[in-house]
Design a protein around this ligand. Structure first.
Ligand code: ADP
Ligand code: MG
Length: 459
């Protein structure tokens, strides 16, 4: 069997169920569930309420069992339980020795009772090694402020941005700086938090769990989006958050989207995130990308010609992780083939990556004009102060697409659509990010616009 713990098995089953049931049905009944226990082909799944548990038990058991059997390769039976204290009691009754080994230990491999300490911080991810440019300036400044006055400056600090743009790097950086001041700090992904929470409940160690999380000076919680739809986990985190916040301990959260676009996440948790400071991280401009490569090359002790750095920073536009990957690839290629590191070799080693990454970006004019045609709105109106529904909506879509497709700053986008300030623009963008997951008509419109704009690039 590919999967070895109940969480993974259930996640795999959910992936397949999502394709088999309707969207609303998945969202209503399956989304907040979590795999609790799997042994002897029996699976126990936690559901957020007794209503959901009952419904699943009565109406979906056979579909779920068939899916589970496919995932595990053996016939399986299923039982649903409520993820609240009284019914978790039943889970508590299960003999710990019957639990799979992975669940007895928390995900980080330490007993849940261990004292918190700075764990698994990557020594390379410091605040000093983080290259600052316009796209990440606010996030970096906030990280520095929080490190110098933990619990006081901005609490919580909420960092958000796409994959591979430096969120984890900044969390670790804050961790190093705080640990350097003698503060206890704990870095944890929300996936790990979830695993530990469930294990603690199963092994009746909730007291130790609470103690571990609530005694730290700085809690660094990565990838909070993983908690979406997991209500029991959010509940656990909500209490941890409040305890820490009430005693002025610092909380830093990283997420792949703004907190306003975090639905479904309990409102009270989302509103907590807005208490402090939110800072976004975007893909850096070309100069900053090059500066990052320079730092990286010198830390590897490799002299990389300027032209090669230019080539890489021109072509890798969506994540710093890819940018670094390209540099590593070029260096490894030079090393392995024993050739001098130059432009020819860079083209050779990056060949296929360059063609796929070499995506042309549309101009702002193209984006705006396509949106206007699509929604039958006058471009003049889009740039005006008009706030009627139709124009406002088209403007929001234009802002969203400009931000996603052109690499323009919020300020520049604001200037283009009627000289609006960057907070208004951020709000317009976040609105579409938030709506597009739940509004299938909007999703389809965005898809059509993407295609339309893409076509215009090859014209
Ligand atoms: P995320 O958590 O946002 O997905 P990471 O923090 O894992 O991204 O960053 C991916 C890689 O890019 C890491 O190796 C990180 O050190 C590097 N990186 C990202 N931003 C910067 C930056 N501004 N300066 C230096 N390195 C960066
Ligand atoms: Mg990360």
């Amino acid at each position: 069997m590919k999967y070895s713990n109940p969480i993974q098995i259930w996640e795999a089953a959910l992936g397949s169920l999502e394709l088999q049931v309707s969207r609303p049905s998945y969202a209503t009944w399956l989304k907040g569930t979590v795999g609790l226990f799997f042994n002897d082909n029996k699976m126990v799944v936690g559901a957020p309420s007794s209503f959901v548990a009952q419904w699943l038990e009565q109406r979906m058991s056979s579909l779920v069992e068939a899916t589970l059997s496919q995932v595990t390769g053996q016939p399986a039976t299923i039982r649903f339980q409520v993820l609240t204290e009284p019914s978790l009691h039943t889970v508590n009754q299960m003999e710990p020795q019957a639990l799979p080994a992975q669940l007895i230990r928390p995900a980080n491999g330490r007993a849940a009772s261990n004292e918190p300490r700075s764990i698994k911080l990557n020594p390379k991810y410091t605040l000093d090694s983080f290259v600052v440019g316009e796209s990440n300036q606010l996030a970096h400044a906030a990280a520095v402020a929080v490190s110098s006055r933990p619990g006081i400056a901005y609490n919580p600090l909420f960092l958000y941005g796409g994959v591979g743009l430096g969120k984890t790097h900044l969390l670790h950086g804050i961790g190093h700086a705080s640990a350097g001041k003698g503060l206890s700090c704990l870095y944890v992904s929300s996936e790990q938090f979830t695993n530990e929470f469930i294990t603690a409940i199963q092994l009746k160690r909730t007291g130790e769990f609470r103690e571990k999380y609530r005694s730290v000076d700085v809690l660094l919680m990565d990838d909070i989006q993983f908690m979406r739809g997991k209500e029991a986990i959010q509940e656990g985190f909500f209490h941890t958050f409040n305890d820490l916040h009430n005693s002025n301990r610092q909380i830093v959260i990283a997420c792949d989207r703004p907190s306003s676009a975090l639905a479904p996440l309990e409102d009270r948790l989302r509103s907590r995130f807005q208490w402090g400071l939110s800072a976004d991280i975007r893909m850096p401009d070309i100069e900053t990308r090059k500066a990052i490569l320079e730092v990286k090359a010198s830390s590897m002790g490799v002299g990389v010609p300027d032209k090669v750095l230019d080539l890489i920073s021109e072509h890798f536009l969506s994540s710093i992780r890819d940018l670094e990957g390209a540099l590593n690839r070029v260096c490894a290629y030079a090393d392995l083939t024993d050739q001098p590191l130059g432009l020819d070799l860079a083209y050779q080693s990056l060949g296929d990556l360059l063609t796929t990454k070499q995506k042309k970006r549309p101009s702002a004019e193209v984006v705006i004009s396509r949106v206007c045609v699509f929604y039958n709105v006058d471009a003049q109106a889009l740039r005006s102060k008009r706030r009627d529904k139709k124009v406002t909506f088209a403007r929001q879509v234009a802002v969203y697409l400009l931000r996603e497709l052109t690499n323009m700053s919020l300020k520049d986008i604001g200037f283009l659509v009627g000289n609006r300030d960057h907070t208004t623009i951020r709000h317009a963008w976040a609105k579409i990010v938030e709506d597009k997951d739940s509004n299938s008509a909007l999703k389809a419109q965005l898809g059509a616009l993407y295609e339309d704009i893409e076509d215009s690039l090859s014209e």
